[in-house]
Ligand binder design. Structure first.
Ligand code: FES
Length: 232
């Protein structure tokens, strides 16, 4: 079987290869009024190869329909290729540590729950706080936040099948990024490989200032892919 890969094309779509499962992923609000769980939605038909819209303007979302060329989309990749740990700040806690690379934030806001990931890391000698710290960091779609077992010095990561989620954020009234899960290789238009991470969010609204990664601009832009959850 072909390795799963996302190839970025110059000012054009993401070419996905290797039969990568594709489905919707909706951010669900919990009792505290904050995003708390992810809900898998509609599954798209299996395809060995497909092209996902990157400019946000396709009439056939999530797929590319060639509009990027007519509209003169500038998809220049402005994110440098520095490794996650080089970008991340480390916060040490008594039960777990946290690394935080703010640049990757896609504004999914799961880290706001129960006082926030950071304060729960700081209080992680309390098992309840440790659990919240782990849960909220693991729900961070972009992988900005990673919790570490401070005894083994290993990251605590959710287990994912290699797949792509199309994020919907009804609370913000916007569709969100492409969620590449499980360590899919992402290759730039000029052939360089981005660091493989378990959780990555790639811009599909066309507005990020940190391409190819999402920087949360889809919320300001009220990017809407026509999902039912945004019609309420
Ligand atoms: S999808 Fe988040 S900035 Fe484009």
């Amino acid at each position: 079987m072909m390795a799963k890969k996302i190839k970025i094309t110059k000012d054009g779509p993401y070419l996905v290869s290797g039969n990568v499962p594709l489905s919707k992923e909706t951010a669900m609000i919990g009792k505290e009024g904050e995003p708390e769980t992810w809900k898998k939605g509609e599954k798209y038909p299996e395809q060995e190869n497909y092209a996902l819209c990157r400019c946000g303007m396709s009439k056939n979302k999530p797929y590319c329909d060639g509009t990027h060329a007519k509209q003169g989309f500038d998809g220049t990749e402005t994110c440098d290729n520095e490794k996650y740990l080089k970008k991340a700040e480390k916060i040490s806690g008594p039960g777990v540590d946290l690394t935080d690379a703010q640049e990757f934030c896609s504004s999914a806001r799961f880290c706001h729950l129960s006082g926030g990931t950071w304060s729960n890391v700081e209080a992680s000698d309390d098992p309840k706080c440790k659990k919240i710290a782990i849960q909220t960091a693991c729900n961070c779609a972009s992988g900005r936040l990673v919790v570490w077992d401070n005894k083994t010095n290993k990251p605590i990561e959710p287990k994912f099948e290699q797949s792509i989620g199309l994020i919907e954020d009804p609370q913000a009234g916007a569709s969100g990024p492409i969620w590449a899960k499980g360590g899919i290789l992402v290759e730039s238009a000029d052939g360089k490989q981005y660091e493989i991470r378990n959780r990555m969010t790639l811009c599909r609204c066309g507005k990020s200032g940190n391409k190819p990664f999402c920087d949360g601009m889809h919320i300001t832009a009220k990017f809407n892919d026509g999902d039912e959850s945004l019609k309420r």
